[in-house]
Design a protein around this ligand. Structure first.
Ligand SMILES: Cc1ncc(COP(=O)(O)O)c(C=O)c1O
Length: 293
């Protein structure tokens, strides 16, 4: 685990008022300063974005851990993902925009939290192997609490550090490819990603399309057609509740979550690597247009 301490002066903000306004339009809600309440069933944190979730967490003395696994480039209302809550967790798994093969990064403004995460990530020890066997000679260490074996190896960390330096250049290239796709697929029977809200920077991790009913092929037939063009495509994701284990363990029927089901059946993702050449991008565009025309 790589623990980055961040003392960005960005104060933690209250929820974006215009977002809360949309849901909390009644006078009494305005009177309480747009503060969401958990007993208010019309306040659904996911609808309001992370700042409202943060407000809820503060109200109830809870810690907010952000899962920003593949959002290292993302900013929401000016604040980078990972700095909105108390702790941000990023993934450096091989499919991510920063890919160190495995592992990830934990970001926090709180030095005590960072120190504790570091200790917990390696058996609850006061010193890691690197500092136990330093050039100055052996240093004693202690187990101060029961920990885990969740450390990022030094080899993986070395790979990740070099990739961190390329995040912005890679993001610019992904964004350019994204813009080309958005323009190229405007007339096809697909739903394209929405444009980001003002003040928001999108990570551009996956470019996904949703196949419309009016399309000449089903999603799976589109995947097969792309394979014939030798274009790698993916599905992000099949609805979780339709996987056999979750369906069995939790007793879910496919129709229990109709939106997740619909997206899972219609979605496909196309290549979005910064390594794609302009020619590669045009090959992808030609294949997708052919599959959907
Ligand atoms: C939102 C989100 N959280 C967590 C993960 C898991 O990350 P890791 O493979 O590093 O455990 C993923 C992986 O795709 C993800 O998309």
């Amino acid at each position: 685990m790589l623990v980055a301490e961040h003392d960005d002066p960005h104060a933690l903000r209250s929820p974006a008022p215009e977002l809360l306004e949309r849901e909390n339009s009644e006078g009494d809600r305005a009177a309480r300063g747009h503060r969401p309440r958990v007993e208010d069933d019309r306040v659904a944190p996911a609808l309001h974005g992370p700042f409202a979730v943060l407000d809820l967490a503060r109200l109830h003395g809870l810690r907010l851990v952000e899962d920003c696994a593949h959002a290292i480039e993302t900013r929401w209302n000016g604040t980078p993902a990972g700095l909105i809550g108390d702790v941000g967790c990023f993934s450096f798994y091989v499919t991510k925009n920063v890919a160190a093969a495995e592992g990830g990064m934990l970001l926090t403004r709180e030095p005590e939290l960072a120190a504790r995460a570091k200790t917990l990530s390696l058996h609850g020890l006061t010193a890691d192997a690197w500092s136990r066997f330093a050039d100055q000679g052996y240093r004693h260490y202690q187990v101060v609490e029961p920990g885990f074996k969740y450390n990022l190896t030094d080899v993986h960390a070395a790979i990740a550090l070099h990739q961190l330096a390329r995040v912005e250049a890679n993001h610019a290239r992904r964004a350019a490819i994204w813009a080309r796709y958005q323009a190229a697929f405007a007339g096809l029977p697909v739903r394209r990603p929405l444009e980001p809200e003002r003040g928001t920077v999108r990570g551009c991790h996956l470019y996904t399309l949703l196949v419309d009913d009016a399309a000449p092929r089903s999603r799976d037939d589109v995947l097969a057609a792309l394979a014939e063009w030798k274009i790698g495509a993916g599905v992000h994701y099949t609805a979780l509740h339709t996987h056999p284990y979750y369906a069995r363990a939790l007793g879910h029927e496919p129709g229990d979550f109709p939106n997740a089901l619909e997206i899972g059946e219609r979605t496909f993702s196309i290549p979005l690597s910064p390594k794609l050449t302009d020619e590669d991008v045009e090959d992808v565009v030609a294949a997708v247009c052919d599959a959907l025309s």
